[in-house]
Design a protein around this ligand. Structure first.
Ligand SMILES: *Cc1c(COP(=O)(O)O)cnc(C)c1O
Length: 394
């Protein structure tokens, strides 16, 4: 059988395993970390050719491209089904670069109000440069479209499922309108890790990721990514990538590459475990609402089934007992769940906080669980003892 050829029609797992690694340097099964800032050329004409003509068959300088980083980028593009992808040194670096690449001077943006908190803060920060943002709930595509101001709105920022409340947006309807009206769509796809949702297939222009989460998967690296068309990413490489300089260095790129190798197997476990635990939690009666995209009772189940092929390991719930001290005691009593931010790693985590009152009459306590790769039965036993100890059970 022929060796792996990048242009053949392989399944996703084969691409994740081999794409970008056709050249086995000194036979090494794992590509080396190209820990260098620059690359040497045989002649000055050759070097000048690469700089002036923008030739890309060789790397010139690691602020623009690096072989280790490029391998991970090829795999991320394959996962998202886009022509290209670029890595950044955090999810926020990718998100801010994507938003800025879509704007041409003072402009108007429409954004999902339950998007990742610092994304909102970045949009608000941009008001000092004349960028104004209208926040919408996002579940009604007509309301999203109604917020778009013809000739003024340049970007629609989506996050589906959104942070904390896991609300979905109708990508087909929103993207069709935006494409027709020249509005760039950006979507944060960190939750689905590119595996369970392919936003580009619904017409999203720029897919952004916190690669810190499932792409890395081991809680040992902070990184971000953007996937999109060759046209958009080539322009971005010369502008937001090269000029802001927030590139992912070779070593963290190599960690992302290592994380990607097990992405689909990890997600399968996260999915099964979170679905099982969320359903069990619903049965305990300790929660007024379990916000988990994977539940049969998920309010937007029909939309989920149209645009997602699976769900991951992150969900939240609203304890029936809305006593802040007891909710905090629950989180403190958990033994296997670490109390800490972030998610998408091998380890289970918990955070508990009062939600923004935006979606409620008054602020409500919410608990978000990240289901890691531990044994689901052990996690259930842990949650059960913590519910008892904190008197959160009815
Ligand atoms: C963590 C997170 C980000 C930000 O990513 P960093 O890598 O921390 O910069 C963006 N979006 C979502 C949904 C996140 O959870």
């Amino acid at each position: 059988m022929a060796r792996f050829e990048p242009d053949r029609d392989y399944g996703l797992n084969t691409l994740i395993a081999h794409l970008g690694e056709e050249e086995k340097i000194k036979g090494a099964v794992v590509p080396p970390i190209f820990q260098n800032s620059l690359f040497l050329f045989e002649t000055i004409d050759d070097l000048n050719g690469h700089i002036r003509e923008g030739r890309t068959d060789m790397d010139v300088y690691s602020r623009v491209s690096n072989p280790t980083t490029s391998i991970a980028e090829k795999k991320i593009a394959a996962i998202e089904g886009t022509e290209e992808a670029r890595l950044f040194n955090s999810g926020m670096a990718a998100i801010s670069a994507a938003i800025l690449s879509a704007l041409d001077g003072p402009a108007h943006v429409v954004a999902v109000d339950t998007c990742y908190g610092p994304t909102r803060q970045f949009l608000d920060y941009m008001s000092r440069y004349g960028v104004t943002t209208t926040y919408i709930e996002g579940t009604d595509p007509d309301a999203v479209i109604a917020a778009i101001r013809p000739g003024e709105t340049q970007a629609v920022y989506l996050e589906s499922p959104s942070s904390v409340l896991f609300l979905l947006q109708d990508l087909t309807t929103i993207c069709r309108y935006c494409r027709e009206h020249g509005v760039t769509t950006i979507l944060d796809n960190s939750y689905s890790a590119g595996v369970f949702q392919k936003p580009a297939s619904f017409g999203v222009d720029l897919v952004v990721h916190s690669a810190t989460k499932y792409f890395g998967g081991h809680s040992d690296v902070v990184a971000g990514a953007i996937a999109g068309s060759k046209e958009r990413l080539t322009k971005m490489t010369m502008e937001e990538v090269s000029l802001f300089g927030a590139i992912l260095p070779p070593f963290p790129s190599w960690l992302i590459l290592r994380g990607l190798r097990t992405l689909t197997v990890r997600l399968k476990h996260h999915q099964e475990a979170a679905n099982h635990i969320a359903k069990w939690l619903q049965g305990t009666g300790a929660a007024d609402a379990v916000h988990h995209v994977g539940l049969d009772s998920f309010p937007q189940a029909a939309l989920r089934d149209r645009q997602m092929t699976g769900t991951s390991g992150l969900f939240s719930f609203e304890p029936k007992v809305q006593d802040g001290e007891k909710v905090k005691a629950f989180a403190n009593h958990l033994g296997l769940f670490g109390r800490g931010v972030s998610w998408g790693g091998f380890e289970s985590l918990v955070v508990a906080f009062p939600t923004h009152p935006m979606h409620y009459e008054s602020s409500r306590w919410i608990v978000r669980l990240n289901i890691g790769l531990e044994e689901p039965a052990d996690l259930i036993a842990d949650i059960q003892q913590a519910l008892h100890a904190s008197e959160l059970l009815p």
